[in-house]
Design a binder for this molecule. Structure first.
Ligand SMILES: Cc1cc2nc3c(=O)[nH]c(=O)nc-3n(C[C@H](O)[C@H](O)[C@H](O)COP(=O)(O)OP(=O)(O)OC[C@H]3O[C@@H](n4cnc5c(N)ncnc54)[C@H](O)[C@@H]3O)c2cc1C
Length: 436
């Protein structure tokens, strides 16, 4: 059986790898010049940098085995330190009881009062489960929710969390609730992903893992060629891409599901599917990498910037993921900004963005004495599926339709799900099990 795989990120690579393992022929079509999708790394000024450094962790044995086998001696186990920068200063993340105790008396009382009244409300009226705001308020009460989630999520998504789906909290902030915060502080119970203090990381960047994984795929990998049409011809398929046409028995797609709907030919796409596809929304990212002349700035793996007056939403330090990625005497601060085309940060020039981020890290992290050597801006459109209320229904409508015509749509964009690397790898294998 010959399978066409649209998209060569981790889900596409995993699908091709598993299809070949099961004796099938797989051909990946990838629009970028190299495979890897969002889990690539780039070389810059003697450094290796990810698009926002990617820690690796999984609960699934075969994925961990694969990761360890591929990385061999280039696998590092790293300590995680993450904090939050708020207008009141730094607080730890995941939340710790002592962070709550550091808030002023008035706020502590408010946190306690809101938490208890919320729990009583939940008991009497039942939990409201419509939005991300409900998710946070149910677990932490209004005040603590606002400190830890409300203002940051407004910054990430550009809309109020009351417009984001309840399910998003479950997807992303695995196992985070007051009970687990206290259990973690007392050192009892097994830590969910959110609380992990260690992670795996490839010595030479996340992209070195992705590259090694892609090398395991023996078949044809057509890179630098965007798929533009997906035509059903009887029970077979033809994929028209920029460099030619590929005939295949089956299709596994890891590209955006709404893009795929727009590419279909030889089938009649129902109106409700077109409508659902038209309603999917995304959030784009700007990565501003700042190379500074200092061996180390702090021990943080990453810092969330909750302060709404700052454009930076997260700062990661590649060197704290792997000291082999950045030369001695220097370090890279990657400032991540969430912004869509048309919004102010997206429309700023590279020079303006570098200046803005430099000012913000100087004011919050490095002071005025550290020399900024050079900056680099990468604008990456549609990095995050935007999980507005009602999204689950839209995604189901599209996925069900695609399956009904014989296409498995999977991976981060193909399932409109905030996958981590391990999830995308698992989804690639699952798609093969379903399709071949
Ligand atoms: C900023 C950021 C930080 C992250 N940090 C972590 C982390 O610390 N740990 C972790 O585990 N995960 C992390 N992730 C998630 C991780 O990157 C993803 O889960 C994973 O890389 C997604 O792989 P994928 O193959 O599903 O999707 P993608 O990587 O999006 O792959 C889809 C591929 O399809 C290609 N494509 C699109 N349209 C077409 C077309 N028409 N024709 C051909 N090709 C096309 C794209 O170019 C892309 O290569 C992070 C994600 C982001 C955005």
């Amino acid at each position: 059986m010959k399978v066409a795989i649209l998209g060569g990120g981790l889900a596409g690579i995993s699908a091709a790898y598993h299809a070949e393992k099961n004796g099938h022929e797989a051909v990946i079509i990838e629009k970028e010049k190299e495979l890897g999708g969002i889990a690539r790394s780039i070389k810059w000024k003697g450094c290796i940098i990810d698009y926002g450094p990617h820690r690796f962790h999984t609960k699934v044995d075969w994925v961990e085995k694969l990761f360890k086998e591929l990385m061999g001696k280039d696998l590092l186990v790293r300590k995680r330190l993450s904090r939050i920068y708020t207008p009141e200063g730094f607080i730890p993340y995941p939340p710790k009881p002592e962070a709550i105790l550091k808030q002023g008396k008035k706020t502590i009382l408010k946190i306690g009062f809101d938490y208890v009244t919320q729990k009583i409300k939940n008991k009497i009226l039942g939990e409201r489960k419509e939005s991300l705001k409900d998710w946070g308020v149910n677990r932490f009460g209004e005040t603590l929710y606002e400190i830890y989630f409300g203002r940051y999520n407004r910054k990430i998504w550009g809309v109020d969390p009351s417009m984001i789906s309840y399910d998003w909290g479950n997807q992303r902030v695995d196992g985070l609730n007051m009970k687990n915060v206290i259990k973690k502080a007392l050192g009892i119970g097994k830590a969910p992903r959110t609380f992990l203090t260690k992670f795996y990381y490839p010595k030479y960047g996340a992209g070195s893992f992705t590259k090694k994984f892609a090398k395991k795929v023996k078949g044809n990998k057509i890179a630098g060629s965007k798929a533009v049409k997906v035509k059903k011809k009887g029970d077979k398929w033809e994929i028209v891409h920029e460099k030619g046409t590929l005939k295949a028995d089956k299709v596994i797609s890891t590209i955006r599901m709404d893009d795929l709907i727009g590419m279909l030919e030889g089938v009649k796409v129902p109106k409700k599917v077109m409508k659902a596809a038209g309603e999917l929304k995304y959030r784009s990212s700007i990565f501003v990498h700042l190379l500074v002349k200092k061996n180390s700035v702090s021990k943080d793996s990453w810092i969330y910037y909750h302060d709404p007056t700052l454009v930076t939403a997260r700062v990661t330090q590649q060197k704290n993921f792997s000291p082999y990625c950045v030369p001695k005497g220097k370090t890279v601060l990657t400032c991540e900004i969430f912004s869509n085309p048309g919004e102010e940060p997206w429309e700023m020039s590279d020079k303006e963005l570098i200046k803005k981020c430099e000012e913000e890290v100087r004011a919050t992290l490095i002071g005025n004495k550290v020399e900024l050597l050079v900056g680099k801006v990468i604008k990456y459109p549609k990095t995050y599926p935007l999980f507005l209320v009602g999204t689950e229904k839209r995604v189901k409508t599209i996925k069900d339709y695609l399956e009904s015509i014989g296409i498995i749509s999977t991976g981060r964009m193909g399932s409109f799900y905030h996958t981590n690397m391990d999830h995308s790898i698992i989804m690639g294998r699952k798609a093969v099990e379903m399709q071949l």
